[in-house]
Design a protein around this ligand. Structure first.
Ligand code: C2E
Ligand code: CA
Ligand code: CA
Length: 793
């Protein structure tokens, strides 16, 4: 019996404690198979995601192209409207001009130079059968068409009325309408006549054998504005500005530098279905259409990459490499067969994915802050070794918070993804881009391939970002601006370079956003000063540190004093006099401009009311900034100032800059209307510096254009400046707007302004801004009241 027990033990041994070596082999086989399966599955997934990414990228590229093409064409159409509006100014001011008069004027606006797509243009009027004889007598002496030739009614025949050229200019004297061409004859005339009744421009595609021409007829009316009803429009109708454009020039311009892209521009309304195409849509191209409003649409064509794994070369490579790597790994695990070490490696592979997640941003897939700092360190080391200078660009969307607040976080997220795609597409593969969190992105530019200055890259990024984002099909495209801070060169750590770029970003925001700034060492102290001023400004009203000075405004004809502009001054207790150009932007940024603006209105109107009480009847101009116009209470503040001072509202002029008008047009128009209803006048300040079209300006109730100092100073040397001033004066006269030239510093400028018949002038030559009592004793004193300008030292 004693022998049995040990036997049993011997028998059991193999089952309870297996041979350790055989066990390891099993583990290795299982691991190897697992690895192989995971590897293949993983490779397929990776290949699919590469294929999708490529497809998305190429979709994004098409989308970006279509946005940019649409923006170019929209601007072109708007510019064409501008040209028509300025011609309207001339035609209304010079009824029945001669061809020479028109050509001389057209020369000053340099239409053919500025509009390469313009083939010809002129004025078309309606001539009744009864008037035809008189018209023909005129035409015999001075035949008008955009091409040369004798007057010949085309098509011939008797009709109740004819639509005939009165003057015209042509790029090429052989193509275009000859004298006597009747635009209203036949079916092509219907849209033109309809445009007289609707007040809208008519667009047609006309092919006279040499390819399609875009023919545009813009109706205009006495008084320069479109009357409200059809009857009134018929009564006030004056003529059409007729323009012919070469769509090919226009479209080629929009798709230049986009190989493999084609574009179709279409116009559709009740009468016309015009289509212009440039480029050949590539085989299998996808397209994207965009609405340019007012009947225009534009469609952009380009090939979008295939989404299959097998068709996409990158995806195929990933798949093959992935499978090969899994096979090798599996074989290796099997060969080593020794459990622990290789099992750990397997775990290592799996954790790679987690590491990726730790270093990348989940929303956009871009490198995150940790990885970016690491990349900057590498960038600095590389540049130190090669003796080159790399750069970091800190990019931040302006007012992104508004998007989240008004459209919701989901839209905000979609915007961030779109931004990241757009930034990535704009940069070269060599540049690194990452997301720091929120709406902050960083771009690293290596010194070695740095052939383009970082400023240029920043400019390009700002430009690309200005194009509206189409987040989905249902809502309006979203426009957003961007600010960029740039730091260039070596630093001790990656964090330092990033901090400097951030400081520059702060400066870009403080400087008005939608711009870039490059870091320089003094920037830090400037920012500290700014922060200090910001806090000092909060106490400035309470401590009586503000005062107003008044700059006289003169009538150019007889140099009679007609008004003064109130200008704000800040006497800082320790720093002394600080320029408005420095402190007004701070007030605007912090929102304090509302309170300070109210103070200015109260004091300026009170001062003028006091002068009126002494028998002077000058106008007072008060500057109101864009930020003030963002709120309804600006109307209240003006009403309050008028009530408190008792000043007759017709003596108050509110100055609003052109850029402020453009900021938030719809709301601003409503507020300006309310201000105007108080009996106050409105002037557009710094006119000419922003790009607002003249047509655009018509929606605001404006009384005066203050031509920016830059044009006044250039008038003696730059023909462009002179031409612009001439156009403005002309337009002003037709639309009942007064013109005023700012910043007159020399008698030469004065003479030129007089020649151009500008109404009023203001500037150091005539008088610097003066203290209230100086103005009163030197200029308003009864003996001096009518003696005109007083020269200041
Ligand atoms: P602004 O409205 O264009 O005012 C005209 C500026 O041009 C004034 O500078 C004036 O002194 C200056 N100036 C006048 N004639 C000449 C000249 O012949 N040559 C030169 N070089 N300059 C001339 P200022 O007073 O420094 O004001 C600068 C800007 O600050 C103003 O430009 C305006 O935008 C803003 N500002 C001034 N006061 C106020 C205010 O009360 N409210 C608001 N919102 N902005 C104000
Ligand atoms: Ca002003
Ligand atoms: Ca100005």
């Amino acid at each position: 019996m004693t022998e049995r027990a040990p036997r049993e033990v011997v028998l059991h041994l193999p089952a309870v404690e297996p041979d350790p070596r055989r066990n390891h082999v099993w583990v290795a086989i299982v691991l190897a198979s697992l690895l192989l399966v995971c590897g293949v599955v993983g490779s397929v997934a990776a290949a699919r995601s590469v294929a999708n990414r490529n497809a998305e990228r190429s979709q994004d590229t098409l989308e970006l192209s279509s946005i940019e093409v649409a923006a170019t064409l929209r601007l072109a159409i708007q510019r064409q409207q501008d040209l028509a509006v300025s011609a309207t100014g001339f035609f209304l001011g010079t009824p029945y001009p001669t061809n020479d008069q028109f050509l001389a004027w057209a020369e000053t606006v340099q239409a053919l130079e500025r509009y390469p797509e313009l083939l010809g243009w002129g004025e078309v009027i309606m001539v009744t059968a009864a008037q035809l004889e008189a018209y023909m007598a005129l035409a015999a002496a001075d035949p008008a068409g955009v091409v040369l030739g004798d007057f010949e009614l085309t098509p011939p025949g008797e009709r109740p009325f004819y639509c005939l050229f009165i003057v015209g200019q042509s790029r090429d004297t052989l193509t275009g309408a000859p004298p006597g061409f009747d635009y209203c004859a036949g079916t092509a005339g219907e849209p033109i006549l309809a445009s007289r009744d609707s007040g809208q421009s008519s667009y047609q595609s006309i092919d006279a054998g040499s390819g399609a021409t875009l023919a545009v007829q813009v109706p205009f009316y006495l008084g320069g504005v479109v009357p409200a009803t059809v009857e009134e429009r018929r009564a006030a109708f004056a003529g059409w500005v007729g323009l012919g454009f070469d769509p090919e020039v226009l479209l080629d311009d929009a798709i230049q530098s986009r190989p493999g892209t084609a574009v179709a521009l279409r116009f559709h309304d009740e009468f016309s279905n015009a289509e212009f195409i440039s480029g050949q849509p590539p085989e299998g191209a996808s397209s994207m259409a965009r609405d340019l409003e007012n009947g225009w649409t534009v469609e952009t064509f380009a090939v979008v990459a295939n989404t299959g794994i097998i068709d996409d070369q990158d995806a195929r490579t990933v798949l093959l490499i992935g499978i090969a790597a899994s096979l090798i790994l599996a074989a290796l695990v099997l060969a080593l067969g020794t459990g622990r070490a290789s099992a750990l490696r397997l775990v290592g592979e799996r954790t790679g994915e987690l590491r990726h997640q730790a270093l990348h941003d989940a929303l956009t897939g871009l490198p995150n802050r940790t990885l970016i700092i690491d990349r900057i360190e590498q960038l600095l080391t590389r540049n130190r070794r090669n003796n080159t200078a790399g750069a970091a660009l800190f990019i931040d969307l302006d007012d992104f918070k508004n998007v989240n607040d008004t459209l919701g976080h989901e839209a905000g997220d979609r915007l961030l993804v779109a931004v990241s795609a757009r930034l990535t597409n704009t940069l070269r593969d060599a540049d690194t881009i990452g997301r720091m969190g929120g709406d902050e992105f960083v771009v690293l530019i290596d010194g070695a391939p740095l052939k383009v200055a970082p400023e240029l890259i920043a400019e390009r990024l700002l430009d690309v970002m200005r194009q509206p984002f189409d987040l989905d099909d249902t809502s309006m495209p979203l426009s957003i601006n961007t600010s960029i801070g740039i730091a260039i060169g070596d630093r001790d750590t990656g964090g330092d370079l990033l901090r400097d770029a951030d400081v520059a970003l702060y400066q870009a925001k403080a400087g008005g956003k939608n711009r870039y700034e490059i870091f320089y060492p003094e920037m830090q102290t400037e920012i500290s000063r700014r922060i200090e001023l910001e806090s000092d400004l909060r106490r400035a009203i309470a401590r009586n540190q503000f005062r107003l000075v008044y700059q006289p405004i003169y009538n150019l004809d007889d140099l009679a004093l007609v008004g003064v502009e109130a200008l704000l001054r800040w006497d800082h207790p320790t720093v002394g006099n600080i320029e408005p150009d420095e402190f007004i932007p701070i007030l605007e940024q912090t929102g304090q401009i509302q309170e300070v603006g109210r103070w200015v209105l109260l004091h300026a109107t009170a001062q003028m009311a006091a002068w009126h009480a002494k028998g002077n009847t000058l106008d007072i101009s008060v500057n109101v900034s864009g930020r003030q116009l963002d709120h309804d209470n600006v109307v209240e503040h003006i009403r309050e100032a008028l009530a408190a001072s008792g000043l007759d509202p017709s003596f108050l002029i509110i100055e609003v800059t052109e850029t402020a008008l453009m900021r938030n047009a719809a709301d601003t128009a409503v507020r300006l209307k309310a201000i105007k209803d108080l009996g106050v006048r409105i002037a557009v300040d710094d006119f000419g510096t922003g790009y607002s079209s003249l047509a655009y300006l018509q929606q605001f109730p404006v009384d005066c254009l203050k031509i920016d100092r830059a044009f006044t100073n250039a008038i003696t040397t730059s023909p462009e400046s002179k031409a612009l001033i001439r156009t403005l004066v002309q337009l002003g006269r037709d639309l009942g707007l007064k013109t005023l030239a700012e910043g007159v510093e020399t008698t030469g400028e004065m003479d030129h302004l007089r020649d151009e018949r500008v109404d009023e002038a203001q500037g150091f030559l005539l008088s610097r801004p003066l203290e209230a009592d100086t103005l009163e004793s030197q200029i308003l004193a009864p003996s001096r009241r009518t003696s005109g300008a007083t020269k200041q030292a």
